[in-house]
Design a protein around this ligand. Sequence first.
Ligand code: PLP
Length: 360
Amino acid sequence: MSRLIASFIAGPTNVPEKVLAAYNVNYGSADLDKDYLALYLSTEKKLQTILGTSNQVFMQTGEGMLGLWGALKSCLKPGDRVVSVCSGVFGYGIAEMAKTIGAEVRCFELPYHETVGNCSELEKIIAEFKPLMITMVHCETPSGTLNPLGEVARIKKSHGVPLFCVDTVASAGGMPVEADKFLIDLCLNGSQKCLSAPPDMTFVAVSDKAWEIIDRVNYQGYDAFKPFKNATTDFYFPNTMYWQGLAGLSAAAGLILEEGLEQVYDRHIQAQSYCLSRIKQMGLECFAGPTAIKSPSVTAVNLPAGISWPELDRRCRERGLAVAGSYGPLAGKVFRIGHMGTQADLKLLETGLNILESVL
Ligand code: PLP
C-alpha cells in the first residue's frame, strides 16, 4: 500500500506517539505485579470521567465487538426479552446477536438515514413487551448518525426496564456520553475510535443492577463479564492481562483528559462543521436525512453519480488519502470521512478534503 498522507477511516485512527510509547516497554507479569493493578485502577478512573459514570468500568483485551458479545451473553438467557432500537448496521446487528442467544427480540425500526426522535411507538412496544433490556447504538458509524439518549432513558425509567445497553464505541471520548445521567447499565466501548489507541482493548461501564443480573445469569464463556466483578479487589483476572494494551489505553485516556473534555468535544464539533461545509461546497450530499442528528465523529456522504466506491477508493489512495466505504445496505452507496480522535484536526482535514476535491 502506498504511504498515506491522510487517513479518515472511521476507526482505527492514527495513534499518537505518547500512546505508541506506552507499548514499547517490557512490563512485568500482570498476574503478579501490583503495578499492573495500580495502572488498572487509575485507568478505570480516567474512563469513568470520560464516560460520565461512577459505575465500575472494567477493561479486557479485545476490541469493541468483544464488549458487545460479552454484554449480551452475560446478561441474557434464552427467552429473555429485548427491545432493540435499530437505526443502522450496528443497531440491527445487536438485535440479531441477541436473537442468536435465544432472546425474544422486538425491534424499533428506523431508516438508516434517521435518528431517534419521536419515541411514542417505542414506548408502546416497551409498555406491552416489558423487556429485560433495551439496546441502542449512540453513534451509528456506518451512517454517520448520532442517536440521542435522553428520551429512551426516560422510557427505561418510567417503565422500569432493568437494563439499558448502549454501544458508545464511536462516540465516547469525542462527545459527551454521560452514562449515569442517561441511566446506562452497560456502556460498551472500544479503544480504536475517538480514543485513538490501537484496536486491542474493550472497556465497559457496568451498573450495580447489571452486575446483579450478570451474577444470576452466571455465563462462563471467554467473553464473560462476571470474572471482572471482583478482579481488582481479589487481584485475580480470568486470563493473562495485556499490560501494553492497558498502558496504551491509559495514555490515550490521559491525553483526552489533559486536553480537557470540553476542548476535545469542541475540536470534534469544529472538525465536523468543517467537513460538512467542504462537502457542501463540493456539491456532495450527506447520507443523514435532514432531521437526523449527524455525529461529530464521522460524516457519511452519498456516493456521487458516475463513480463507484472501488474507483473512488482507488483514486483517493493513489493520492495518499484513505476514506472509508460503508457496510450492509449502505455498501457501495455511501463513503465516510472519519473525524474522530486524532482525525479531528482541521489542518489534516483540509489536506484530506483538498485531495478528495481534486479526485472528484
Ligand atoms: N459498534 C460500533 C458503532 C462500531 O462502529 C464498531 C466498529 O466499527 C463496533 C461496534 C465494533 O468495534 P470493533 O471493530 O472495534 O470490534
